[in-house]
Design a protein around this ligand. Structure first.
Ligand SMILES: [Zn+2]
Length: 142
């Protein structure tokens, strides 16, 4: 996806709405198209995470996109036969440190979704919009 796709999408949206869309509208629309075209969980995880990063940079709430990313990541792990996951904390946020190393059954992680942590204070872009960067790691037991 590149500049050309952006321009094409911009024209399409302009026709549809009868006015020039904002760059943000164009990007959001492109993201949504990508999601619809993608069926691989790992790819979906990346797309949703890019969406979360983008929303965060723009000063919007990114939690839903980040949660979708986490769910897709768990679905990918489950597909590989992973049964348990451990929480890897990637930020110094105190709230997230409490979760460090905790282990969950993968099904429980998928329903409860302990991360992204809704109490996370990690302010990636210094705009008072936290973005939890914690991750699930597969637990391999023997
Ligand atoms: Zn976190």
């Amino acid at each position: 996806m590149g500049k050309k796709d952006f321009e094409i999408e911009k024209n399409e949206l302009e026709k549809k709405f009868g006015q020039q869309p904002t760059d943000q509208d164009v990007l959001y629309s492109l993201f949504n198209k990508l999601v619809v075209q993608t069926s691989d969980f790992q790819d979906l995880k990346s797309i949703y995470y890019s969406m979360a990063l983008f929303l965060n940079e723009e000063g919007h709430d990114s939690l839903n996109a980040n949660r979708s990313s986490a769910k897709m990541g768990l679905a990918a792990l489950k597909n590989f036969g992973v049964k348990k996951v451990e929480i890897l904390v990637n930020s110094g946020c105190e709230e997230c440190q409490k979760l460090a190393g905790q282990i969950f059954d993968i099904d429980k992680a998928m329903t409860d979704l302990p991360i992204p942590n809704q109490a996370c204070k990690y302010d990636l872009n210094n705009n008072d919009k936290p973005l939890c960067r914690c991750e699930y790691l597969p637990v391999i037991d023997d």
